[in-house]
Write a protein that binds this ligand. Structure first.
Ligand SMILES: C[S@@+](CC[C@H](N)C(=O)[O-])C[C@H]1O[C@@H](n2cnc3c(N)ncnc32)[C@H](O)[C@@H]1O
Length: 248
């Protein structure tokens, strides 16, 4: 049975593996992260033409990966997470951002505080359907105005090399979380958000990063990411949403 996502990271071991194994230099996730950084930089530059000062909310901030990258590019940053174990790692690396331990879907620990930029990385893929809806509803409310951005990702597009892993695991009776751009677009839309643009990265299978080396594989994936249409079959999708469609 799948673990409750709210408690899935409330463990010292999980938080350690997250930083020291998953995002170790040269891993597949590290390669995705380097690409995500380019996207975030590009989006911040665009946002600066619409909103200054910029206040950032990093929802489900975990060990502070996104926050440490963005905190000095914005004027005010807050990270919120439910897991003390993840936050205690974030406290060691975050310099300026406020860190709050809270489940925003249950308690509004940021009442009356609007944000120009809300980020939510590596959250929606594995969150249960009800939690996805609850989180999206809250994040919509946290956006200041029509220029404010919600940027989130799914690190498991079904229509990428992940589909082969999924099928392989299925034969062994195991499950693997997957999602699609369409699913995320509909989720956003149900909560009054429109997808302004989206990006994709990660055509080569993970094994290529081990076989030919992370640097070469990352270089090839970077070239592939510039080819039109490749984002549809990319592993990691980043979505940029704005308040738009009237909530039904
Ligand atoms: C995979 S980690 C992602 C961390 C970070 N966003 C990143 O991309 O590196 C997912 C995080 O979501 C947090 N989380 C799960 N449910 C939550 C909730 N209801 N409210 C806040 N954080 C939550 C977990 O504690 C965990 O730290």
């Amino acid at each position: 049975m799948k673990t409750d996502y709210r408690i899935s990271h409330q463990s010292e071991q999980v938080s350690r593996v997250y930083d020291e194994v998953l995002y170790k230099q040269g891993t597949y996730d590290d390669a995705l992260w380097r690409w995500e950084q380019c996207i975030l930089e590009k989006e911040i530059t665009l946002l600066q033409t619409k909103a200054t000062p910029i206040s950032l909310l990093d929802f489900a901030c975990g060990t502070g990966r996104i926050l440490t990258f963005l905190e000095n590019k914005v004027n005010n940053a807050v990270g919120v997470d439910i897991a003390e174990e993840m936050l205690s790692r974030a406290r060691q690396v975050v310099q300026n951002a406020r860190l709050i331990k809270a489940d925003l879907t249950r308690i509004d620990a940021l009442r009356g505080e609007p944000f120009d930029l809300v980020t939510a990385f590596r959250f929606f893929l594995n969150a249960e359907p009800v939690l996805r809806e609850e989180a999206m509803a809250v994040l919509f409310q946290k956006l200041r105005n029509q220029d404010s951005l919600l940027i989130f990702n799914i690190h498991g597009n079904l229509w990428s090399h992940r589909v082969f892993t999924k099928i392989g695991l299925w034969f062994r009776g195991k499950r693997l979380s997957v999602s699609t751009r369409r699913e995320m677009e509909l989720l956003a839309r149900r909560h009054g958000l429109e997808m302004a643009r989206w990006y994709g990265f990660g055509i080569l299978p993970k094994i290529a990063y081990r076989v030919i080396g992370s640097r070469i594989a990352h270089g090839i994936d970077k070239i592939l990411s510039h080819i039109p249409g490749m984002r549809f079959i990319s592993y990691d999708l980043v979505f940029v949403c704005k308040k738009g469609i009237v909530k039904k």
